[in-house]
Write a protein that binds this ligand. Structure first.
Ligand SMILES: Cc1cc2nc3c(=O)[nH]c(=O)nc-3n(C[C@H](O)[C@H](O)[C@H](O)COP(=O)(O)OP(=O)(O)OC[C@H]3O[C@@H](n4cnc5c(N)ncnc54)[C@H](O)[C@@H]3O)c2cc1C
Length: 294
């Protein structure tokens, strides 16, 4: 097994750039190394937290008393066979999309502005522009300290920004079924989607993506928070994005505590002014749930 790194700040492993030290960080390069890391965590009675690009994670300022696992090497590799793209759980969406385009395979363009990995996408059932992981995923290889099994999207329990994957279950590989499409057509679609993103979302700031899930109905979480007058509202170094109110930006020196204070205030205002109880989309690591709305 590769050596463990100790006390690596989670601020370095998350896109928002906050979070204290992880007790240990394993960076397995292969399936046997992954299983060895998971077995070690079990022997030491340590929880396991997998991190992809940390693009939807908010981690405690106090750090995380767990083994953090980041998949690398073979576990982040990508290959294409006919209309199936196979990717390691740690493969980035950007690399998958690049390989798909090179092979003349479309269907993954929706992920062009989702800055995560194959495993993170499966865990979150990430999606955009009317599509999500459940639309392209054929199966995922789920690994634990006890063994491995391939699961279908149904067995993964994929719903809106949710899967039924349990803590300590690691998506080590995925297979996507794509459709023949010309590289030029893919390139044009991606350019259009990226331009739309840049117009509406803070793509060049440190954020963790959408803070809250969109509630049922036609009005999104961002619109509700904008109508509450929260755009540009700041606490400490964290600020509700002036561009899109469902994003929190690290405006400089933000802590996780600052982000949590903003989330708590945003939920309170949405409830008071619109009677809506917003549910978080961002994953908490080492943080208790937000205070209940009274
Ligand atoms: C600018 C920006 C834009 C975004 N836009 C979108 C969007 O349009 N749509 C959308 O859905 N999301 C969006 N996100 C959120 C985020 O990019 C997605 O949720 C992404 O799929 C998370 O992937 P990740 O690899 O970074 O996972 P992480 O953020 O590292 O982890 C997220 C969760 O997945 C788990 N996880 C990660 N890897 C694995 C694995 N291999 N096995 C098991 N569990 C794993 C983690 O433990 C954690 O619970 C955006 C984020 C940012 C910063």
């Amino acid at each position: 097994m590769t050596a463990l790194d100790r006390d690596v700040p989670l601020a370095r492993l998350t896109t928002i750039g906050t979070g204290g030290p992880a007790r240990a960080l394993a960076r397995p390069q292969s399936l046997p190394e992954l299983v060895a890391a998971l077995r070690l965590a079990r022997e030491e009675a340590l929880g396991v937290f997998v991190v992809g690009l940390g693009s939807n994670v908010l981690a405690s300022d106090e750090g995380l008393d767990a083994l953090v696992v980041r998949l690398e090497g073979e576990l982040a590799s990508v290959s294409v066979a006919e209309d199936v793209l196979e990717a390691g759980g740690g493969a980035t969406n950007a690399v998958c999309l690049h390989r798909a385009r090179g092979a003349g395979l479309g269907g993954f363009e929706f992920a062009c502005a989702i800055p995560g990995t194959a495993g993170g996408g499966a865990f979150m059932n990430a999606g955009a522009y009317g599509s999500d992981w459940s639309e392209v995923l054929v199966r995922a290889l789920v690994v634990t300290a006890d063994g491995e099994e391939w699961r279908s999207p149904e067995a993964l329990g994929l719903e809106y920004r949710h899967s039924a994957l349990a803590s300590g279950e690691v998506v080590a590989r995925v297979e996507y079924r794509l459709v023949p499409r010309s590289p030029d057509e893919i390139k044009a679609t991606v350019a259009d989607l990226v331009a739309r993103r840049k117009d509406t979302q803070p793509t060049n700031k440190r954020t963790f993506g959408s803070v809250f899930k969109n509630p049922p109905g036609d009005v999104g979480a961002g619109q509700i928070l904008e109508l509450c007058g929260l755009k540009g509202h700041g606490i400490g170094g964290a600020m509700i994005s002036p561009k899109h109110a469902n994003f929190i930006e690290n405006a400089g020196g933000a802590t996780t505590e600052d982000c949590l204070a903003l989330m708590t205030e945003a939920r309170r205002r949405a409830r008071e002014e619109f009677g809506v109880e917003l549910q978080r989309e961002v994953v908490f690591a080492g943080i208790p749930e937000l205070p209940a709305l009274t």
